[in-house]
Structure formats: structure tokens, C-alpha cells
Write a protein that binds this ligand. Structure first.
Ligand code: E4P
Length: 219
């Protein structure tokens, strides 16, 4: 299973990347708006050190506008996935961009049928939004599981990229049901780094070790 970072905070991505297991990045205009950089500067900053796809989301709402933006975004890095919301113009733009060989990420996706159509139109990735689906009163886990089941039934190459992850449990559940990718925001990475059980047991071990000193120096 691949792990992506879900943020436009270049330093947070660099920090997570230094831990060795980051395979890609997802961004969106909302995340970029929270930085003081242009979208292009953010993407170029990530591209300097990351080997792996960077999802860059269109702001245009028309098919032609999305395609025009995609062509520009693709010049910002070596491995750009054009992130396209699953509207009717979005599905049409996805079809054109897939035919032209662009990497794509079908996003703002809340129904298994949207995922079916996206795969038929050649999407590289589909992003079901688990947490936001839950917030809206739907079942985000069922959404992800249904998409995986449909793709397995028809052998689509499209990869299932679980988005809107709110805690580590979402990552474990995604892995258990065979999702290809989980994209994780910095606040969820913090929950991994600061696992309270791990911290408590390290404290317990070190309390017993006491003042014996450094084992590498013979203690
Ligand atoms: C997807 O790629 C989005 O960036 C993100 O996962 C949306 O999730 P949120 O609305 O929970 O932040």
C-alpha cells in the first residue's frame, strides 16, 4: 500500500518524506490557499525532493478550462496527476486528458458510480472522501469498500486513493480492505508520531533502565 501526504505545506511533506515511506502527495486549492505561496511554487517546491506523483487540482469548472489548466500544471513537475472533481464537465475532461496520456486523479468523489465512470474514462487514481462522507451522514467506509469491490470485479487499472482521512484507524481499515493508497494530512501523521501507548511504554522501559547510562558505552 502506498502512502501519500495530503497537504500543501512543503516543510511538512519534507519532514514526513525524511521518514522514508512517502510515495506521493495530494494537494488542492484550499490547502494551497492556507500557505503564502502560489500553487506553482508549492508544486515546484515538492517536486524538488519527491519522487512520486503530485496531485494538482483544477479550479476551472468548464471542461475546456480544466483541460487548459491541466496542460499548464503538467509542466510544474516530473510526475503530475491532474486532480479533477467528479462533475459532468470533469468526467469529460478526464476522458480527454486520459486519452492524451495525462495522469489523473478523480476527486471530490462520494459515490461508487462516480468511481465506476472515472475508471471507464481512464482515471489513474480515484479519491473517495471517507471523512467528509461521514460528516455528511453517509458511510465513508462503505464508499471505499464498494469502490474496491467494483474495481476488483472488472480488473480496472485505476488505483483507489483513500482521501479525507481523519485518524490512523482509517489507514489501517483502508489497508485491510486492499486500498492502493492512503493520503494522510499532517495532523494524522502527528497522531502516529505521538502514539500514547508507544510513549507510555517507552517511559516504562526507561524508568526501569534508570540512571545506568548509555549501553553503547558499556552500561
Ligand atoms: C483529497 O485529496 C483532499 O485533499 C482531502 O483528502 C480532503 O479531505 P478533508 O476535506 O477531510 O480535508
Amino acid at each position: 500500500m502506498k502512502i501519500f501526504a495530503d497537504t500543501a505545506d512543503v516543510e511538512a511533506i519534507r519532514e514526513a518524506h525524511a521518514c522514508g515511506f512517502i510515495d506521493g502527495v495530494t494537494t488542492n486549492p484550499q490547502l494551497v490557499a492556507d500557505t503564502d505561496q502560489s500553487y506553482e511554487a508549492v508544486v515546484r517546491g515538492i517536486d524538488e525532493f519527491l519522487e512520486g506523483p503530485i496531485s494538482v487540482q483544477v479550479t476551472a469548472s468548464s471542461e475546456a478550462g480544466m483541460i487548459e489548466q491541466a496542460r499548464e500544471f503538467d509542466t510544474w513537475g516530473d510526475d503530475i496527476a491532474i486532480k479533477i472533481p467528479m462533475t459532468k464537465p470533469g468526467l469529460k475532461a478526464l476522458d480527454t486528458l486520459s486519452d492524451e496520456g495525462y495522469k489523473t486523479n478523480a476527486t471530490v468523489l462520494f459515490s461508487p458510480v462516480q468511481a465506476l465512470f472515472a475508471a471507464k474514462n481512464g482515471a489513474t487514481f480515484v479519491s473517495p472522501w471517507w471523512g467528509d462522507a461521514n460528516d455528511a451522514g453517509f458511510n465513508g467506509f462503505d464508499l471505499v469498500r464498494d469502490v474496491i469491490e467494483i474495481y476488483d470485479s472488472y480488473d480496472f487499472d485505476t488505483e483507489v486513493l483513500v482521501a479525507s482521512i481523519r485518524n490512523p484507524r482509517y489507514v489501517a481499515e483502508s489497508a485491510k480492505i486492499g486500498a492502493d493508497i492512503a493520503t494522510i494530512p499532517p495532523f494524522v501523521f502527528d497522531m502516529f508520531w505521538e502514539n500514547p501507548m508507544t510513549g507510555a511504554f517507552i517511559d516504562n522501559i526507561m524508568d526501569h533502565w534508570g540512571d545506568r547510562g548509555d549501553p553503547a558505552e558499556g552500561a
